[in-house]
Write a protein that binds this ligand. Structure first.
Ligand code: HEC
Length: 111
């Protein structure tokens, strides 16, 4: 479909909408809050995660990972942030961060 056709479809939908009940196009999407903080913890990785994991996105992302995911999942996630998205995470800080994340957001048993 080219641009002109898209515009026509948009107008057709708008016309339909004004005749009948509100079309699906007017549905609202509530974006998640961008102010979610990391869950506090006594673990040393908590401060390191605060320093390394919340500059690009909120802790919202951590909350929606599989709750049964273990340490390897979080280890891969932290490495992914560094290699794929160039997150400036010091390799020496990674184990503590992964410990904190898997204990706080994962299955807690380290597997
Ligand atoms: C340099 C910026 C940056 C930093 C720093 C960063 N992330 Fe991300 N993160 C991203 C981007 C970009 C995405 C992908 C967003 C998307 O897919 O929509 C993402 C996505 C995620 C996701 C969602 C799952 C996924 O695979 O997309 C999780 C969980 C996550 N990050 C955890 C972390 C953790 C833990 C840290 C700290 C170790 C961290 N992030 C640091 C940029 C960053």
């Amino acid at each position: 479909m080219n641009r002109q056709q898209l515009v026509s479809v948009a107008w057709a939908l708008a016309a339909l909408g004004s005749a009948g009940p509100a079309p699906a196009l007017t549905k609202r999407y509530q974006a998640p809050p961008d102010t979610v903080m990391l869950t506090p913890s006594e673990m040393p990785g908590y401060a390191k995660a605060q320093a390394n994991c919340t500059s690009c996105h909120s802790a919202e992302y951590m909350r929606y990972q599989p709750p049964n995911a273990g340490r390897p999942y979080w280890d891969a996630m932290v490495h992914r942030m560094k290699t794929v998205f160039n997150a400036p995470i010091d390799d020496a800080d990674m184990p503590a961060i992964v410990d904190y994340l898997s204990a706080t957001y994962g299955n807690k048993n380290g597997k």
